[in-house]
Write a protein that binds this ligand. Sequence first.
Ligand code: 6PG
Ligand code: NI
Length: 181
Amino acid sequence: MIHQPPVHFLGKTLTGQPVQKQVRKLKDLDNIFLDQAAFSAADMNRVVYEVFSYLPVDEGTEGGLFFGMTHLYPGTVGQEFYMTKGHFHTIENRAEYYWCVEGEGMLLMMDKHRNTWAEQMQPGSLHYIDGYTAHRVANTGGGILSFGACWPSDAGHDYATIVKNGFSRRLLSVEGKPALV
Ligand code: 6PG
Ligand code: NI
């Protein structure tokens, strides 16, 4: 049987395989944003992003690949742009590709020594995320930011390290422009 990945997000693959939909609301992003007062004042049911994932093999399978399309909505919490939770992979050496199909954003990456840097995302931009590297995306534009992702099916997600220690630099909106501080 031939598996065809979703081209954009169709809700299912062309051969009819279901795509998993995950919705992340503000309430799922506790301890992610700097400005706790602004966070507490916001609507916790506000959808920040949705991820449509095609998982053709079982999670944890060695040698397989997963495909995901993330739609990150525009917005801010205090001075910070809406962003993904961010994670290292549980199997730390597992790498990943991101590529932007729509919108404007920044991909933040942080290595194990807590060095943080960013790559600008724009339609067509391709981003290689090496192993041992935490990754998070912020929407710096006025519209939706959509990006595809491809990662190994045994990579897993370590969110706890980021919830606890964060990234060493934050992307703030300074006079409407993104600044990594
Ligand atoms: C992954 C990918 C990607 C990511 C989403 C949402 O490893 O699965 O990096 O699909 O999960 O963009 O970001 P968070 O997983 O950090 O919430
Ligand atoms: Ni990942």
